[in-house]
Ligand binder design. Structure first.
Ligand SMILES: Cc1cc2nc3c(=O)[nH]c(=O)nc-3n(C[C@H](O)[C@H](O)[C@H](O)COP(=O)(O)OP(=O)(O)OC[C@H]3O[C@@H](n4cnc5c(N)ncnc54)[C@H](O)[C@@H]3O)c2cc1C
Length: 485
């Protein structure tokens, strides 16, 4: 009661809304695990978002749970208070406003649940849902083990995994979500349960692609595999070399037998201030092989810089934090065609070249192979809901992203960013090169990634939601992210 009184004196306005009544009740039940605006832990969470759009939202209070039971208790309290809403935050790398933070509601900052525990036989790593991939890799490296996770160390296990998750190892073992053997999850009525191949198997499948629509995941149990050092080649090419680079990229994607140790990201970078395009490639081979033959064609293209090293997964995943900036993502998936990649560049250049908001903007268009072999692994572990199958053939995913410092430009950036995506999609569709799949972890808020999984998968997801969350807590009380309706 003392903490309730302290909370109510915090601001007169606090008494008015459901959200603040809810924060007061949460404080009573969870004490110092709840922090309020102005407190240092509250600010730590607010400053930890990757995008300014997320960091600028102001939750009424923030929960930093110490246990899954704290999460369960918090959900039970929240659903009992009319008008109380919440957001779930992992490592805060989804750029769009409201995906993992919330104005006036309660933000669950799951980063306080970041334990890593290896099973006795070392086949399964249990990871607290708030951990970063770097924490996971630093823990596993000394054992010469790895799991399928994000390529950048600061990205969260909590957001990447239920959205699919493209890993360096995905051609070898599948999406990150296909490598989850068990989810520990808090449902909308506050029940703490597990979902795996034998228990709640429908929820298990739904959580592999269904993001935050079913519960708050508190722990991921991930299948490990033996892994030593990687080969990492970084290549930068002048934009005039794009035809040869696109051909080399396409030849890798369409190879009759995709080399499953290949992890390639080819990025078109454009800086509006210098008006310069450059191509950068991160060519990773998941074996300690110098100059792996799979990248020979790419490496033969005259480059402006070329460096190679054999390094550990953790060392490569370690990245410097970026300064606070505005970011956006949008995505599409295509059948391979070097010729169409040239069209993609022409559309990007035609639509983005002259746009130079105050403070400048950097566009980054990442192209990532999605070979049929990658999506073939899902069947071994009960399937997922992403709606991509080996029959779709080899593809590649485009992640269009932008970063810019000046928040006053946000509406203009949002508007202009839609232009190239729409044009590229329309031309790809006309040429029979557009795949229906929109990767949810790369999608813009205006896109429809859950619908892109196909009608059958979407219906399945809605059914699972009705069974496990009949009150629709994760549809209405957790408004952030892509919803099923
Ligand atoms: C620099 C960078 C590198 C990236 N690299 C990769 C990559 O290699 N491969 C790849 O596939 N993707 C990559 N991504 C995309 C990434 O998968 C998504 O941005 C992902 O959402 C980030 O997860 P997070 O926990 O950091 O984000 P958050 O913003 O914290 O969460 C993202 C979403 O997941 C939900 N969520 C988070 N935790 C939980 C939980 N415990 N239970 C239920 N829902 C939860 C949130 O509510 C939110 O809607 C990258 C993104 C960035 C910015």
């Amino acid at each position: 009661m003392k903490s309730t009184l302290a909370f109510l004196s915090y601001t007169a306005a606090a008494r008015a809304t459901g959200a603040n009544i809810c924060c007061a009740q949460l404080q009573d039940a969870l004490d110092t695990k709840i922090t309020l605006p102005g407190q240092s832990t509250y600010n730590t969470t607010e400053n930890s978002y990757w995008s300014l759009q997320e960091a600028n939202l102001q939750p009424g209070c923030i929960l930093r749970p110490s246990s899954p039971q704290d999460v369960a208790k918090a959900v039970s309290i929240i659903v009992g208070v009319d008008g109380c809403t919440f957001a779930i935050k992992g490592q805060g790398h989804a750029p769009a406003a409201g995906f993992a933070n919330i104005d006036g509601g309660v933000t669950f900052d799951m980063t306080s649940l970041d334990s890593t525990v290896l099973s006795h036989d070392k086949s399964v790593l249990s990871v607290g849902a708030g951990a970063s991939w770097l924490q996971v890799y630093e823990y596993l490296d000394p054992y010469n083990l790895a799991v399928a996770g994000g390529r950048n160390g600061l990205v969260g296990v909590g957001g990447l995994t239920p959205g699919g998750g493209i890993s360096h190892f995905s051609p070898r073992v599948g999406w990150a979500c296909d490598n989850v053997v068990n989810f520990e999850v808090v449902l909308g009525d506050g029940t703490l349960t597990n979902a795996n191949q034998t228990s709640n198997s429908d929820l298990y499948r739904a959580l592999k692609g269904g993001v935050n629509n079913f519960g708050v995941v508190t722990r991921f149990d991930l299948a490990t595999f033996p892994q030593g050092n990687l080969s990492v080649t970084k290549l930068a090419h002048d934009i005039s070399q794009r035809k040869a680079v696109f051909q080399a990229f396409t030849d890798i994607v369409v190879a009759p037998k995709f080399d499953v140790d290949t992890s390639l990201v080819t990025v078109l970078l454009y800086n509006s201030t210098s008006k310069a395009w450059v191509i950068s490639n991160s060519a990773v081979y998941t074996q300690p092989v110098v100059n792996p033959p799979v990248f020979a064609e790419l490496a033969a293209v005259p480059s402006v810089s070329n460096s190679s090293e054999i390094t550990s997964l953790a060392a490569y995943a370690k990245e410097a934090a970026t300064p606070p900036l505005n970011w956006l993502f949008a995505t599409a998936t295509f059948k391979p065609s070097a010729k169409f990649m040239l069209d993609i560049f022409d559309i990007l250049n035609g639509t983005l070249y002259s746009f130079n908001p105050e403070g400048g903007i950097v566009w980054s268009i990442a192209l990532e192979p999605l070979p049929a072999v990658l999506v073939s692994h899902a069947a071994k572990t009960g399937g997922n809901v992403l709606g991509v199958s080996p029959e779709d053939g080899n593809s590649y995913v485009m992640l269009l992203s932008a970063l810019w410092p000046n928040s006053a430009s946000n509406p203009a950036v949002d508007q202009i960013s839609r232009e190239p995506v729409a044009k590229i999609e329309s031309q790809a569709r006309a040429k029979g090169l557009l795949q229906k799949f929109q990767y949810i972890n790369y999608a813009a808020p205006y896109q429809k990634p859950l619908a892109s999984y196909g009608a059958k998968n979407l219906e399945f997801l809605k059914g699972v939601s009705k069974r496990y969350d009949p009150e629709g807590v994760f549809q209405t009380r957790v408004p952030g992210g892509f919803k099923l309706a």
